[in-house]
Design a protein around this ligand. Structure first.
Ligand SMILES: [Zn+2]
Length: 458
C-alpha cells in the first residue's frame, strides 16, 4: 500500500538535529508514521497520496516534547503539604498514597496525560511505585490511559521494600516484599514492553529511591533490567537529607552507592541529581548515566538547583521532567523548559548558563536520549518517527517576539495547533482528539475526593 502523506508548510522549524538546523520558513513531509523530509521553502511538488496539507503560517514546528520523570497518581493529591521539604512532604503524603486503587490510578493517569499532551508532550513517562495490596492492575490501567490519550509512553515500574521498620521512610503498609516487587516488575516487562523501533509502550525497572528501597532490590533490579534488555530508572541525589541518609546507612554518598549497586550506566537515567559534586558529574559523564532535570519540583520542595550547565559541559545526557504533580501542580512541560532556563541562571553572572535552544534540546532530544530512544524520536529528521508539534506564535502572547525559539521558551505556554504522535494527530487547535478533557476534569475531582475520604477514615 502506498504511504499516505501529511504535508506541513510555511512554518518556522527548529529541527533540534545535531547541528541545530533551523528554517525561518520550511516544510515537513510525514509519510505514514515517519518523517520523510524536512527543509527550507515549499515541499516537493510531485508528492503522491497527500491526504492532508497544513498551512503553518505563524507557527513554529519542533520535535514533540519528551517528559522523562513523573508520577501520574499524584494528579489526585495536588495542592497538599505545600510548604514542606521532600522528606516531610513524603511522610505527610505516604499514608494517603497507600490508599489508591485501580480506578484512582486510571483517572489520575488520564489527568496527567491529558495535561501534558495538550501542552505538546508526545512521549510521556510514569514512574509508579505505590502498589498497595489488593489494589488491582495499576500498571495495566496506567498503560491503558496512555494508549487512549494517543501518546508514546514509558512505564517505569517502581517499587518500595524499605519501610520504617528497616530504617526507610515509607510506612510498613505501603511497601512490597523484595520477591513480590521483582516478580511483579518482571511480569510487567513481559506483558507490556515493546522493543520495536516505533514502540508506543516501553517498560523500565524503577525501584523508587535509596531511602525507600533495600540494597538487594537495587542490585537485583539492575540485574533484572539487564537480563530483559530494558532501562533502569530511580530518584537520585535529590536533597541534602538523602545525602546524609546514604552516608549514615551505607557509609558513602549517593553516587558511590549507585555505582556499588550497578546503577551507573548508559541504560540508566535518574531523576533530580541536585547534590552532585565534580566527581559525581564525572562519573555520570564517564558512564553516560542520564539525568531527568525537574526544576519546578526542586524549587517547590527547596531541594536545590541541579548543575545542568556543568552536566551538559561534561557530556551527561539530560532531559526534563515535570515530576509528580503533588510537587509540581502545573503538570505540563513548558513550565520546565522555561524554569530550566531561568533557574539555572540564578546567581550573579550566570546569564549565559543556559540558553533557549539548549532548553528546547533538553525538552526534546535530551529526553529521547535518557529514555533510550534518540535514534527514533527527539529531532525532526528524515527517517525518524513523526512526533512533532506546531506551536501557534502569532497571537497576543508571542506575536511581537521575532525569534520563534525565544518566543516558545521565554514566553507564555504557546497554544498547540497540531501535535502528531507516530504520524497521527493527538491535539488540534488546543483540544485533545481522543479523550474528553472536561470529563477527565470531573472524574479526577471525584477520585481526588474519594481518596481524601478513604485516607481520612483510615
Ligand atoms: Zn519523582
Amino acid at each position: 500500500m502506498a504511504a499516505s502523506r501529511i504535508v506541513i508548510e510555511n512554518c518556522a522549524i527548529a529541527t533540534v538535529d545535531a547541528g541545530d538546523t533551523e528554517y525561518a520558513s520550511g516544510y515537513i513531509v510525514v509519510a505514514d508514521n515517519k518523517i520523510e523530509s524536512v527543509g527550507a521553502g515549499n515541499a516537493p511538488d510531485n508528492l503522491e497520496n497527500v491526504v492532508r496539507r497544513i498551512d503553518g503560517t505563524g507557527h513554529l514546528a519542533t520535535p514533540g516534547l519528551v517528559n522523562t520523570h513523573h508520577h501520574f497518581y499524584q494528579w489526585i493529591t495536588r495542592g497538599l503539604a505545600t510548604d514542606h521539604n521532600l522528606f516531610n512532604w513524603l511522610v505527610a503524603l505516604y499514608p494517603t498514597w497507600a490508599r489508591i486503587d485501580e480506578q484512582m490510578a486510571y483517572s489520575a493517569a488520564q489527568g496527567s496525560l491529558a495535561m501534558m499532551a495538550r501542552g505538546g508532550v508526545t512521549t510521556a513517562m510514569d514512574h509508579h511505585y505505590v502498589f498497595p495490596k489488593g489494589s488491582g492492575d495499576l500498571s495495566g490501567a496506567i498503560i491503558r490511559a496512555a494508549r487512549e490519550t494517543g501518546v508514546r509512553f514509558t512505564l517505569a515500574r517502581g517499587s518500595m521494600d524499605r519501610s520504617e521498620k528497616d530504617g526507610g521512610l515509607p510506612p510498613d503498609f505501603a511497601v512490597e516484599t523484595l520477591e513480590g516487587a521483582l516478580a511483579a516488575t518482571e511480569a510487567t516487562v513481559d506483558a507490556h514492553h515493546d522493543a520495536s523501533f516505533d514502540a508506543m509502550t516501553q517498560v523500565a525497572v524503577a525501584p523508587c529511591s535509596p531511602f525507600s528501597v533495600s540494597t538487594e532490590l537495587m542490585k537485583e533490579g539492575a540485574e533484572l533490567a539487564r537480563r530483559k534488555g530494558v532501562r533502569l530508572h530511580t530518584h537520585g541525589s535529590e536533597t541534602v537529607e538523602e545525602e546524609q541518609f546514604c552516608k549514615e546507612l551505607f557509609g558513602m554518598g549517593p553516587t558511590e552507592y549507585f555505582e556499588s549497586t550497578g546503577w551507573l550506566g548508559e541504560d540508566v537515567w535518574m531523576a533530580h541529581c541536585v547534590h552532585m559534586n565534580d566527581s559525581d558529574i564525572a562519573a555520570f559523564a564517564r558512564t553516560k548515566t542520564g539525568v531527568a532535570h525537574c526544576p519546578s519540583s526542586n524549587a517547590r520542595l527547596a531541594a536545590g538547583i541541579a548543575r545542568v550547565p556543568d552536566m551538559l559541559a561534561a557530556g551527561v545526557p539530560v532531559g526534563l521532567g515535570v515530576d509528580g504533580t503533588a510537587s509540581n501542580e502545573s503538570g505540563e512541560l513548558h513550565t520546565e523548559l522555561r524554569n530550566a532556563l531561568l533557574i539555572n541562571r540564578l546567581g550573579a553572572h550566570r546569564e549565559a548558563a543556559l540558553n533557549a535552544r539548549q532548553a528546547l534540546r533538553l525538552g526534546t532530544y535530551g529526553g529521547a536520549q535518557v529514555l533510550g530512544r534518540a535514534t527514533q524520536i527527539g529531532s525532526l529528521e528524515a527517517g525518524k518517527l513523526a512526533d512533532l508539534v506546531l506551536w501557534k506564535l502569532d497571537t497576543l502572547a508571542h506575536a511581537s517576539i521575532a525569534d520563534p525559539v525565544t518566543a516558545l521558551v521565554f514566553g507564555a505556554a504557546a497554544p498547540v495547533t497540531l501535535s502528531l504522535v507516530n504520524g497521527k494527530p493527538v491535539v488540534e487547535d488546543s483540544r485533545l482528539l481522543h479523550v474528553d478533557e472536561d470529563a477527565i476534569a470531573r472524574s479526577t475531582r471525584e477520585e481526588a475526593q474519594r481518596l481524601a475520604q478513604i485516607a481520612a477514615q483510615a
